[in-house]
Ligand binder design. Structure first.
Ligand SMILES: [Mg+2]
Length: 510
C-alpha cells in the first residue's frame, strides 16, 4: 500500500513495532537475530516517517484577528459591556516600557542609592515575556507550566541561565509545590507572578541589576533587591502618567476600528462602562485621542482610580464623585451613577446594586487574568474577555514555515520515539538516543522562535503555561484587540474547540 504506508506507520507504529517483537518471541528467534532486525527496522521507520512529514501539507495560517473561545459564549445574552483601560482599550508603543524602565532605574540610583553605573544599563525588550514567575528569595526568574514545572532552559539568575543541576539543588526537583507558588493567597509571598505588560521593564531592570552585582562581586540579598526595584517602579507611575498624558501620540497606538466597535455596541443598545485603576486625567487624554473628544458619549459609567482587584472584593469602598473643576473628589455619598460624571474608587457590589446589572448579562474585558478577570468570573458570574496584545506576535511565529515544519516533524519524531523505545539492545538504543537528541534540538529551536530565553507566553513544549492555565480558567474568550470583534455579528456565539482527552482518539477520523 504505497500511499497508506507512511500514514499507517505513524498511526499504528506502536502496535506494529510491538507486534514484531511479540511475533519473533513466539517463533523463538535468538536475541542477536532480533537485534539486527530491529535496527534495520528502526532505520526504515525513521525514513518512512521523514517521508511522511515531507509529503504533508503545511497547516493553514491562524488568523491573527480571530477571537478564541475557552468557554461557550452567546453574545445575545450580553447587554452590558465593561472595560479595563490600560492594555485593554489602550495599547501602548514599546516607548512606554522604555520610559518606565528609565524612570525606575533613575529612582533606584537617586533615592535608593544604587551604584551610579546602573544608570548606563539599557532596556532589553527581548529579555522577558509576560507570565513569568520570580522567586523572590532565590532571585530566580522562570517560566512555569500548568503543573508548576520549570521549563528546562527557561530559568535565569540575573541574566545568567541556571543549569538543571542547580535547579535540582535549589528545589529538589523541577516542579515547585503549589503552596510555594501561590503563597501570596495566604499572605506568605515567596513568588511574584508577572502577569501584566507593565511588569516587563521591571523584570528586565531586576535581572540586569542582579547581574551587575554578580559581575562586580558585590554582596546583595535578593529580597531587598526585589523590594527596591518594585518600589522604585511603583513610585514612578504618577510621573509616567504625566509624561504619557502630555505626549499621547508618541506612546499610544491608535486603532481606527475601535470607534466602529463602540458605535456598534451603541447602535445595538448595549450599556457600556469602564473601570480603570489609572487616574482620570490620564484616561481622559488617552480616550480623547483613541475615540475622539466626545468619547464619554459611549460610556454609561466611568470609574477611575478604582484600585482593582480591591474594587471587586472590598465592599467597604464607596464610590466618590470627581469634581472636575478642582480635580478632587467630593465628600457626599454617591447614590446613583450618572452618565457624564466621573467616579472614583467604589466597589462591584455597589455598582451592581446601583445599575441593576447581574452576572451573565455583563461581559467584561481586561488584559490581566487576576486583577481584571478572576473575581468577576469566579464570584460574580460575569462573562469575561481577555485582550492579549502578544497574540499578534505569537500567531505570526505560529504561521511561519519554520515553525510549522519544525513542530510537525517534532510531533512525528516523538511518536516514532514513543513507539520504538522498548527496543533494549545496545545498537537500537544508540539509534533511539540519536533521535532523542534530535528531538531536544527541535524543542529548543521551536521555543526560541518565540523568545530566545523564555519561549512562548502560552505554552511550554507539551503543556500550557501557568499563565495560560489561569487565562483559560478566567476568560471565556480571548483575542489580540477589541476591534477584532467587529468581524463577528453582535449576536455571535463563540464555541470552544472540543479538546481531546489523553484517553480519547487522537482524531475522530482515525
Ligand atoms: Mg490593564
Amino acid at each position: 500500500m504505497p500511499v497508506l504506508g507512511p500514514l499507517y506507520s505513524v498511526c499504528f507504529a506502536r502496535v506494529r513495532l510491538r507486534s514484531h517483537i511479540k511475533v519473533k518471541k513466539l517463533i523463538g528467534m535468538c536475541s542477536s537475530q532480533r537485534r539486527r532486525y530491529s535496527q534495520e527496522h528502526l532505520q526504515k521507520c525513521y525514513e518512512d516517517h521523514r517521508a511522511l512529514w515531507e509529503s504533508k501539507k503545511l497547516p493553514e495560517n491562524v488568523n491573527p484577528r480571530s477571537v478564541f473561545a475557552c468557554n461557550e459564549l452567546d453574545l445575545r445574552d450580553v447587554s452590558v459591556y465593561g472595560f479595563d483601560y490600560d492594555y485593554t482599550l489602550a495599547n501602548y508603543e514599546p516607548a512606554v516600557e522604555h520610559l518606565i524602565y528609565e524612570l525606575g532605574k533613575n529612582v533606584l540610583v537617586s533615592k535608593y542609592r544604587y551604584p551610579e553605573e546602573i544608570k548606563s544599563l539599557k532596556y532589553n525588550r527581548e529579555f522577558a515575556v509576560r507570565g513569568l514567575h520570580y522567586d523572590i528569595e532565590h532571585g530566580l526568574l522562570m517560566k512555569l507550566d500548568q503543573f508548576q514545572q520549570i521549563q528546562q532552559g527557561s530559568i535565569y539568575h540575573g541574566l545568567t541561565p541556571v543549569s538543571q543541576e542547580q535547579v535540582l539543588k535549589t528545589y529538589g526537583g523541577r516542579s515547585l509545590p503549589l503552596h510555594y507558588v501561590e503563597g501570596h493567597l495566604r499572605g506568605d509571598t515567596k513568588m511574584a507572578h508577572l502577569a501584566d505588560l507593565f511588569s516587563l521593564p521591571e523584570m528586565c531592570l531586576l535581572s540586569q541589576v542582579a547581574q551587575y552585582f554578580m559581575d562586580h562581586n558585590l554582596q546583595y540579598h535578593s529580597v531587598p533587591l526585589f523590594n527596591d526595584v518594585k518600589a522604585a517602579i511603583a513610585s514612578i507611575h504618577p510621573e509616567m502618567h504625566r509624561i504619557v498624558g502630555r505626549n499621547i501620540s508618541e506612546y499610544l497606538i491608535k486603532d481606527p476600528d475601535l470607534v466602529t466597535f463602540f458605535q456598534r455596541l451603541k447602535e445595538n443598545n448595549k450599556e457600556i462602562f469602564i473601570i480603570t485603576n489609572s487616574p482620570f486625567y490620564f484616561v481622559n487624554a488617552g480616550l480623547s485621542y483613541l475615540l475622539g473628544e466626545d468619547w464619554r458619549e459611549f460610556f454609561d459609567v466611568v470609574v477611575a482610580s478604582a484600585k482593582k482587584p480591591a474594587f471587586f472584593t472590598d465592599s467597604m469602598r464607596p464610590f466618590r464623585e470627581l469634581n472636575e473643576e478642582i480635580h478632587t473628589q467630593t465628600w457626599g455619598p454617591v447614590t446613583q451613577l450618572e452618565k457624564g460624571k466621573i467616579y472614583l474608587e467604589g466597589n462591584l457590589k455597589r455598582l451592581q446594586e446601583l445599575k441593576g446589572w447581574q452576572g451573565q448579562e455583563v461581559l467584561y474585558f481586561g488584559d490581566h487574568p487576576y486583577s481584571d478577570l478572576a473575581d468577576v468570573s469566579l464570584n460574580h458570574g460575569w462573562r469575561t474577555g481577555a485582550i492579549l496584545w502578544e497574540l499578534d506576535y505569537e500567531i505570526q511565529c505560529l504561521n511561519s514555515d519554520d515553525y510549522k515544519k519544525m513542530s510537525g516533524w517534532l510531533m512525528i519524531l516523538q511518536s516514532l520515539i514513543e513507539s520504538s523505545q522498548d527496543f533494549e539492545d545496545e545498537e537500537s538504543r544508540k539509534m533511539i538516543e540519536k533521535w532523542e537528541e534530535e528531538r531536544d534540538q527541535l524543542r529548543k529551536k521551536t521555543k526560541e522562535l518565540f523568545n530566545p530565553h523564555f519561549g512562548s507566553v502560552f505554552r511550554t513544549h507539551d503543556n500550557p503555561t501557568y499563565f495560560s492555565r489561569r487565562l483559560f480558567r478566567f476568560a471565556d474568550i480571548y483575542t489580540s484587540r477589541l476591534s477584532n470583534l467587529n468581524d463577528y455579528s453582535i449576536n455571535h456565539t463563540f464555541y470552544p474547540r472540543r479538546g481531546v482527552l489523553p484517553h480519547e482518539y487522537k482524531s475522530l477520523f482515525v
